[in-house]
Design a protein around this ligand. Structure first.
Ligand SMILES: Cc1ncc(COP(=O)(O)O)c(C=O)c1O
Length: 781
């Protein structure tokens, strides 16, 4: 365990506490029996030394409890050590420190309230207030930190909607690590004047910062250090609120570009009450669900309905002789919240002016788009809407032949002409990858050579593919825009909506790329880069084959950023089935707005489902507040599955998870990254591969090869469903796709590994009985 492990720090520390708990109990029992306790004591000291630096980044257990643990360890008091370590590790495991004051006090027993883990209709009592942590970067001497924490605590009032605790750090590096490790952080308060270096040894982090900070940390003036930190934090977790307290000229700073990412700037470090209220206000802005909250209010009103939808209010169900079980199964609220009205606190999806309009604005903010639209009939509909909005009859769309069928239907409806381009094949698994940039450039240059470039309107790709091939949208759009600067891009990110919410996947998203390219082309340094390129490349002659291998750059005076993304919110976030979004970053949207509206009307039901709309609102709230935690954990879980299965001495004889090396040919993987995790790579290598390579493999989509165990994909999928209640979506001739998502837990991972181990044992036993002949047929054993 070291501080460089980004994904697993949170869970790894809880694991370490459980380990320390077990050691403490063994130590206590050795002492009670009068046995030699040296071994246990040494183990406790080792674990404590390992945990201690990590705990700088979390509010709980915090300095006070950690000091108590340190003291009893120093006194070699096994009983007290066991008691306090058990208390902390239980509080961490159940999350009780979020609502039990006693968890923070070494001397008090917890009341043992039930954590919020059961479905709400089964869970006893009121739900606990949402809890979060505030990271404070401060130059103050650590001996004063406790006073600062207590000062903020005194401002709490029972009517506050949320509870929060504070974590203090004293350096730039620690503030960045706190932001990365601590998923509970929702706001960062920066007091100007802190130092750069952490007191911990962080070689990997330093190397990374050196490469990604355009300025030398040693020479950054204190004020600039604070705004640089704010910028880096927003880069990693854009949803966080960042506040700055400084004694610089705040009036000047407030209007400057360097402060653009900061939510509020305060002059004078004494504005504690303002900071406290701003922090709560910032979180409640993300918590706000305008449509869902109104729908809940609507459901409580005694509304009489004299129009369609008899199911609304539930009377036709609850009073029925024959369908009461429907009411019982779905519960009262579903019916009370059903309505065909667009007034009375509700809004119209087709022509939103109230809370759905607001909800769209919040979704655009959350997903890093300029605009967002909601669809209640899946991304199948979203794709048709976008295609119809941006294409006219005769327009050419360069499109992946393996795209979802909704794109083809969109072309048929609009009279657009597809120019099909082919993905690279993965014949060993009977599947395809993604479309190489070279192929797309060739298509564009062919059109140019044939005098048809003006008709090419759109490049339409699936990112990521079903099997997890992620494009490099930044590079792809840049090079295509060099050939045609006003091209529109439609990125079907049906499976990839979650990707916005962690810095690894975000680098490969359409909206992430749109933002990065917009900033790049506005930067005066880009102009120099472009001019050097233009002098070398000259006019782009479509017959010049060298263009295919050259990194082409667009003219900053001509380029337009026009990017559309569709995502099945229901596929990767907590939205009901068919909940989908269209994200727009189009500098020329005014040209499209009219047709877009018509296309939206064409494909949207005039009776959109209220519950799907509400669930989109709630899914957005969840992702803005815990999307980082959920997507980081899901990535970590998939990395664990990859590691456990491929390294397991028995399972790996018959099953295997395809690695990036196997899923992406070397020509598209210039970083040379072979697999995730040691011994092949660390997080820094993965980021660099994500930045550089033409394609990268989404680690959360696992192609499990089962052909080597004697199963074809469909057979294996059915076996998993019938015998083990494990559901799988897609199969190929010799593989199944195991997809992790924000719903999965470590228990799910354990179930899959156990099933594979059981099956491997069965195969092994079968082969032993079958003798040499069967073993020879089987091959790899
Ligand atoms: C790439 C892609 N695009 C679009 C869709 C359609 O999405 P939805 O099921 O939300 O209509 C799918 C569905 O599987 C898909 O795989």
């Amino acid at each position: 365990m070291d501080l460089s492990n980004f994904f697993s720090a949170d869970e790894a520390r809880i694991d370490r506490w459980r380990q320390m708990n077990a050691t403490a109990r063994a130590w206590e029992s050795a002492v009670a029996q009068g046995k030699n306790d040296d071994k246990f004591y040494a183990e406790a000291v080792r674990l404590y030394a390992e945990i201690k630096p990590l705990e700088d980044y979390w509010a709980y257990p915090g300095p006070r409890l950690m000091a108590t643990v340190g003291e009893v360890l120093e006194e070699r008091n096994a009983g007290a050590f066991a008691r306090i370590v058990q208390k902390i590790s239980n509080a961490l495991l159940t999350g009780s420190y979020r609502y039990e004051n006693a968890a923070w006090d070494p001397m008090q027993e917890e009341e043992g309230r039930v954590p919020d883990v059961l479905p709400p209709d089964i869970q006893p009592g009121e739900a606990h207030k949402p809890y979060f942590e505030v990271l404070i970067a401060t130059p103050a001497d650590p001996s004063t930190w406790e006073r600062g924490r207590n000062g903020l605590k005194r401002l709490r009032r029972p009517e506050d909607s949320f509870n929060y605790e504070v974590v203090q750090v004293g350096s730039f590096e620690d503030a960045l690590l706190g932001t990365i490790f601590n998923h509970s952080v929702q706001a960062v308060v920066i007091y100007d004047g802190f130092q750069f270096r952490s007191r911990h040894d962080l070689p990997l982090v330093r190397e990374f910062l050196q490469r990604h900070l355009s300025i030398d940390p040693a020479s950054i003036a204190p004020g600039v250090l604070a705004t640089t930190l704010a910028r880096m934090i927003k880069n990693i977790r854009p949803e966080l609120d960042v506040y700055l307290l400084t004694d610089r000229e705040v009036e000047k700073l407030a209007g400057s570009a360097e402060a653009a990412q900061i939510r509020r700037i305060f002059h004078n470090v004494e504005e504690v009450m303002e900071v406290h209220l701003s922090v709560l206000d910032g979180v409640s802005e993300r918590y706000d669900t305008p449509f869902f909250s109104n729908l809940k209010k609507y459901a409580q009103r005694p509304v009489g309905t004299f129009h369609a939808l008899p199911i609304a209010r539930g009377k036709s169900v609850f009073r029925s002789n024959w369908i009461r079980d429907m009411g019982q199964f779905y519960g009262t609220n579903l019916f009370l919240a059903e309505s065909s009205a667009t007034t009375g606190g509700l809004d119209s999806l087709l022509e939103p002016t109230g809370n759905i309009k607001k909800m769209q604005d919040l979704a655009a903010r959350a997903f890093g788009a300029k605009r967002a639209y909601l669809a209640t009939n899946g991304t199948s509909t979203s794709n048709k809407i976008v295609v119809q909005a941006i294409c006219k009859p005769g327009d050419i769309v360069i499109v992946d032949r393996n795209c979802h069928k909704s794109h083809h239907y969109g072309f048929v409806l609009t009279g657009a002409q597809p120019y099909y381009v082919e993905a690279y094949p993965l014949t060993q698994y009977s599947m395809y990858g993604a479309v190489p940039l070279r192929t797309i450039k060739k298509a564009l240059l062919n059109c140019k050579a044939g005098g048809k470039l003006d008709r090419v309107k759109v490049v339409d790709m699936t990112n990521c593919t079903f099997d997890g091939h992620m494009y490099n949208p930044k590079r792809l759009m840049e090079e295509c825009l060099a050939i045609k600067p006003d091209l529109i891009f439609l990125w079907d990110e049906a499976w990839f909506g979650f990707a916005r919410f962690n810095p690894f996947h975000r680098r490969r998203t359409a909206m992430g790329a749109a933002a990065a390219l917009t900033a790049r082309y506005r930067d005066p340094a880009y102009r120099d880069e472009y001019e050097a390129f233009a002098a070398k490349a000259g006019t782009l002659d479509p017959k010049n084959a060298k263009l295919l291998d050259m990194h082409l750059l667009p003219d900053p005076d001509k380029v337009r950023i026009r990017v559309y993304q569709t995502n099945s919110t229901h596929k990767s976030m907590s939205a009901l089935r068919q909940g989908s979004m269209i994200l727009v970053w189009d500098e020329d949207f005014q040209e499209v707005e009219g047709p877009f509206e018509e296309a939206f009307f064409t494909h949207t039901s005039t009776s959109p489902n209220q519950q799907i709309i509400a669930s989109l609102d709630v899914a957005r709230r969840q992702m803005e507040l815990e999307g980082y935690e959920l997507t980081m954990k899901m990535t970590e879980l998939s990395l664990k599955l990859r590691r456990e299965i491929n390294k397991h001495p028995l399972i790996s004889k018959y099953f295997h998870i395809a690695t990036p090396e196997e899923m992406i040919p070397a020509g598209f993987r210039s970083s040379g990254l072979k697999d995730y995790g040691p011994p092949h790579s660390n997080w820094k290598d993965a980021i660099e591969a994500f930045d550089r390579d033409e394609f990268a493999l989404d680690p959360t989509r696992l192609t499990l090869i089962c052909g080597t165990a004697g199963f074809d994909g469909t057979q294996f999928k059915n076996l998993l469903a019938d015998r083990f209640d494990i559901q799988i979506n897609k199969t190929s001739r010799n593989s199944i796709l195991v997809q992790t998502n924000i719903n999965n837990t470590r228990s799910d991972a354990a179930l899959l590994i156990k099933v594979l181990a059981d099956l491997s044992r069965e195969i092994e036993a079968g082969l032993a009985e079958g003798g040499k002949h069967e073993q020879e047929i089987f091959g790899p054993v």
